[in-house]
Design a protein around this ligand. Structure first.
Ligand code: FEO
Length: 423
């Protein structure tokens, strides 16, 4: 049955469970960086028990009026005993201060990781004496039914938790398993095809936290799920496990080929100097990996591929080496395009290095190295810069750079003599 959200009414999700959220069909960018062809929804829910009503999440502040109208259509404020915020980002907590003012006897339940964020987001006077911190195994008693909590941090903020209503098999999953897709028909078996949005949301919001995604799936998969009620996008009542399985596939660890370690060399070159340096880096890396037989080395010209093409490769690689000429005191745009697209990738602990030719100043290499460090890569080796046409010495330095990166990957770096005068 298709039940479309009206401007004011609450929408039944399960027995004594209602959607009381808001539609935002005109949004085209979320948090500045996410594109939303179909807008989004801010999903909030009300769960009624014999001894009280729980509100799970609120909405972005500009949508408060709608939220309160829907809420008032199914509950009185005096009935609200519990407010659960699965995630404190303002698109879900915008109406919280006003809700606390109206629902005077309600207690706010959040994860322990939410403690610091509460201070930054709300006036302590609104919260005084009204907060409890809950973790996995804790329950909120609504009389004839309980809410249980699953601590699922970093999906995608440290505070994220999921809330489980065992009586109806409903999982309130916060941003997890959600997407930016607005359709007033609300349920996945009634709305349009939103698979692209589901995957896009995973790729841009959850992907950097793949390890946490897998840990959360370990908690969720054993549950007898009937409905997944996320904080954005369609409510998943038909085949909810398919969406869990999709996340499991998207978050699966990389499957390497024969090589156990992978090194990628990216470059762009105006007159061929940086390209020939790149080839020397690759040759050096191969000279190390041939001996050990364990590093797979790949070379890519950034002039021939969009940044997005390489993100999957980079996520699965162990070392990244970037070559750029210096033009107008900077690395060139395709290099920055690629580096800026890596915020969706967990890069911590990968090896990084840089090289490139230059005319008179040569800023590109140190700028790339700085960016790599800020992305949490390890950059243990000084980059190689060659003035104009690289000399035999420059190529030898590039060869050494590639070789040393590969040896680092193999756990056999050449011991270095550090010149204390340079420290
Ligand atoms: Fe939908 Fe992370 O807020």
């Amino acid at each position: 049955m298709t039940v479309a959200a009206t401007p004011d009414g609450a929408v039944p999700v399960a027995p004594r469970v209602h959607w009381i959220g808001a539609l935002d069909p005109d949004l085209r960018r979320f948090d500045i960086i996410l594109r939303t062809a179909n807008g989004t929804t801010y999903n909030a829910y009300a769960v009624r028990g014999s001894h009280g009503v729980a509100i799970i999440d609120t909405v972005k502040i500009g949508f408060s009026e709608t939220f309160f109208r829907r809420l008032e259509s199914i509950a009185d404020y005096d009935e609200i005993s519990t407010i659960v915020l699965n995630h404190l980002e303002p698109d879900h907590s915008g109406a919280l201060p006003e809700l606390l003012r109206r629902a005077r006897r309600a207690t706010l339940l959040v994860s322990p990781q939410a403690r610091l964020m509460l201070k930054g987001l709300f006036d302590p006077a609104d919260l005084a004496g009204r907060i409890a911190f809950v973790g996995s195994g804790d329950r909120a008693d609504l009389g004839d039914r309980q809410l249980e909590f699953l601590n699922t941090p970093y999906l995608h903020w440290p505070d994220t938790q999921c809330t489980w209503l065992a009586a109806e098999g409903v999982l309130f999953s916060a941003d997890f398993l959600g997407c930016h897709y607005c359709d007033s028909r609300l349920f996945n078996d009634a709305v349009g095809d939103f698979r692209f949005s589901f995957d896009y949301y995973y790729g841009h919001i959850m992907r950097p936290f793949r390890t946490c995604v897998r840990e959360a799936l370990d908690l969720i998969e054993p549950l007898p799920l009937r409905i997944i009620a996320p904080a954005h996008g369609p409510i998943l009542r038909r085949d909810p496990r398919e969406y869990v399985a999709r996340y499991r596939a998207l978050a699966a660890p990389a499957v390497h080929g024969v090589a156990t370690r992978t090194l990628l060399v990216f470059y762009i070159s105006a007159y061929g100097a940086t390209r020939r340096m790149a080839e020397a880096v690759v040759a050096g890396a191969e000279s190390a990996s041939t001996a050990a037989g364990e590093v797979r080395v790949s070379l890519y010209d950034l002039e021939g591929g969009d940044a997005g093409t390489f993100v999957d490769l980079i996520e699965e690689a162990d070392a990244l080496v970037f070559g750029s000429p210096t033009i107008n005191g900077d690395a060139v745009k395709p290099v920055w395009d690629l580096l800026s697209s890596l915020t969706v990738v967990d890069l911590k602990g990968k090896l990084g290095a840089a090289f490139g030719s230059y005319g008179w100043s040569g800023e590109a290499v140190p700028m790339i190295e700085d960016r790599l460090r800020r992305l949490k890569l390890r950059v243990p080796l000084p980059g190689v810069r060659a003035r104009l046409a690289p000399t035999g010495e420059d190529f030898a330095a590039c060869h050494d750079l590639g070789r040393e990166v590969a040896l680092h990957l193999l756990g056999r770096p050449t011991p270095r003599t550090v010149d204390l005068a340079q420290l």
